[in-house]
Write a new protein. Structure first.
Length: 280
């Protein structure tokens, strides 16, 4: 039975709650950029992608690469809720004895398609996956999420040129355009804007949306699947730290863990939002 958009919105906030639990438990991690992509992860893992937790290495599955690998808490939360491993394992994030490392490891975490961490490399790997699908005549699609600060890496633009040249219309990239990175406003650190015009110049199909709106993500993915001969980039204007009032649009929450009081406040906010979404 098709999942409802309302339910996807609830899932996104449940992912946010677990993102916070992971980072609070570890006393380290990256909440800001993990919270901002919760709706993207909810739509991809619970509606869009052809995946099977019982057969995570199915050669015909869709692939996902978290190019901004430091936001692993968002990926782990999605994988756990989708059934790839127990949700109860999430609080072990970043522990020395845990398989849930600070960055995704394809050799240890079920459902992770590519180990990532060094910014710019994930989108390159996604290109390779999409190219192999073309060469092998496979119908699976490849998805990747990049940070806006990550666009400062030169290899991102090499990958952009490659994907357009080889007409990788089975590749869809999301840019998490929350305009903040660890050092502050991306436009002041190393301005990547206008992101849309740059991808257009490299030969990509460009779609601009509110990345925290489930319905806009769904519509953009449908449009991406209809485009032939071009890769698609979905530029997501969204909010860093989305869902936690004191974290939203604050660069200081790029890589800091909440203390106990802050964690309890944040979870209370998110639980209230979940109740609101479920009632409406």
């Amino acid at each position: 039975m098709p999942i409802e958009k309302k339910e996807l919105g609830v899932i996104a906030y449940k992912l946010r709650r677990d993102i916070l639990t992971e980072i609070y438990s570890a006393k380290s991690g990256h909440p800001g950029g993990s919270l901002s992509i919760a709706e993207i992860m909810a739509v991809l893992y619970f509606k869009e992608m052809n995946i099977d937790p019982k057969n995570p290495k199915n050669p015909d599955r869709d692939r996902f690469v978290l190019s901004k690998g430091h936001c692993a808490p968002a990926l782990y939360a999605a994988l756990a809720h989708r059934g790839f491993f127990p949700v109860e394992d999430l609080p072990s994030f970043r522990r020395i004895d845990s398989y849930l490392q600070g960055h995704p490891d394809m050799n240890k975490v079920p459902g992770v398609d590519m180990s990532t961490g060094s910014l710019g490399q994930g989108v390159c790997a996604a290109n390779g996956m999409a190219m192999v699908a073309k060469l092998d005549g496979k119908s699976y699609r490849v998805y990747t999420v990049l940070g806006d600060g990550e666009l400062e890496e030169g290899q991102v633009w090499e990958a952009a040129m490659f994907a357009a040249h080889y007409k990788l219309d089975n590749l869809t990239a999301f840019v998490d355009l929350n305009l903040l990175q660890i050092d502050g406003d991306v436009r002041k650190v190393m301005n990547p804007t206008p992101v849309d015009k740059k991808f257009e110049a490299f030969g990509w199909n460009v779609i601009i949306i509110n990345g925290n709106k489930v319905n806009e993500i769904i519509d953009a993915l449908e449009k991406a699947k209809s485009v032939k001969g071009q890769p698609t980039v979905i530029i997501c204007n969204d909010i860093k730290g989305k869902g936690v009032s004191f974290m939203e649009n604050e660069a200081g929450w790029h890589g800091n863990a909440p203390n106990e009081e802050q964690y309890n406040m944040a979870v209370a906010e998110i639980d209230a939002k979940i109740s609101e979404l479920e009632e409406n």
